[in-house]
Design a protein around this ligand. Sequence first.
Ligand SMILES: NC(=O)c1ccc[n+]([C@@H]2O[C@H](COP(=O)([O-])OP(=O)(O)OC[C@H]3O[C@@H](n4cnc5c(N)ncnc54)[C@H](OP(=O)(O)O)[C@@H]3O)[C@@H](O)[C@H]2O)c1
Length: 337
Amino acid sequence: MSQKWMLKPGEGPDSLRLVDLPPEPLSSGSVRVALKAWSLNARDFMVAHGQSPVPVAPELIPLSDAAGIVEEVANDVVRVRVGDRVVVTFNPAHQSGSFEPHMAAHAHGEMAQGLLARERVVDQMAVVKLTDNLTLEQAACLPCAAVTVWNALFEAGPLFPGQTVLATGTGTISLTAMQLAKAAGARFGITSSDPAKLEKAMQLGADFGVNYRKRPDWDVAVKEATDGKGADVVLETAGPPSVATAVRAAAQNGRVAQIGLKAMDGPAISMLDLMLSGVRVVPIMVGSRVMLERVVAAASVNALNIPVEESFPFADAHAAFYAAASGTGFGKIVISN
Ligand SMILES: NC(=O)c1ccc[n+]([C@@H]2O[C@H](COP(=O)([O-])OP(=O)(O)OC[C@H]3O[C@@H](n4cnc5c(N)ncnc54)[C@H](OP(=O)(O)O)[C@@H]3O)[C@@H](O)[C@H]2O)c1
């Protein structure tokens, strides 16, 4: 028998229950992964509370992000071997290129079953082999947040050394962006409502910080911090309410990667601002298996050290979900075996 956590979306983390089910059978091209580390994302909390903007299954194994060890492979598997350390992709249907609507139903932990289980059987194309310098805990932080950041920084347009990246808020997207942007030789700015979090971000390598509560005109503050230029790439994580400000914080011909889903309504972006500034607003929908491979390759050269706020044992899934919900933390909530 194999243990899995089951969640009833809309009924909150209290609906989580641990069930023992027979092991899933292997089919052609599939691999059995003994999962050892998981991480939570904002979307898992939204799924649990019935706040997901996309359809979700009535009952499901939650979570999209997990890493582990290949335990068994079907006869025709060529990409990995038993004993390999691997990370599972966010959406097995998104292998490369741009996101397409038919892929939506396949993201783990929404319509498709997720990964908060002792083991899962997945297609060989849904795993990426890890390099030695990535711990399973760090690898479990990559499939959603790091791939989203990678997509925004390097696939949605170029990022050159010496350019400036700005990320809004000190959520896990922004803290991951700091690691990848600094590794690429960029200058990195961050916004927060909390001076203590700004201080921590500066200690971890941010070049400038802006308190968006004290400075509702944070676009002006970003221009002040960049000699009037603005940020070449803005990772906008708050959602539509701050996109218009993010466009004004961007440099001439820069880009705003639209990532946040927290609030869906906000002030209209001025078309004149867009035309005069040449700023491109690019929607980001996580990313592909190829992008996850690129993140892992990048991490093998410049070690990633994504901040972890707290780590819980597998048996304490409820506590992990509540910790992820608080919004007061600084770093990933991880579950580890
Ligand atoms: N499009 C995609 O593919 C994709 C992928 C992953 C995540 N997301 C979305 O991206 C968002 C961020 O994800 P996350 O994992 O970083 O979430 P998170 O860890 O829950 O981030 C929470 C942080 O957001 C910041 N925040 C809240 N309201 C804000 C505002 N009005 N202005 C600026 N910052 C604000 C706060 O920072 P301070 O406490 O520092 O103020 C808060 O700590 C979520 O909406 C998530 O659903 C989208």
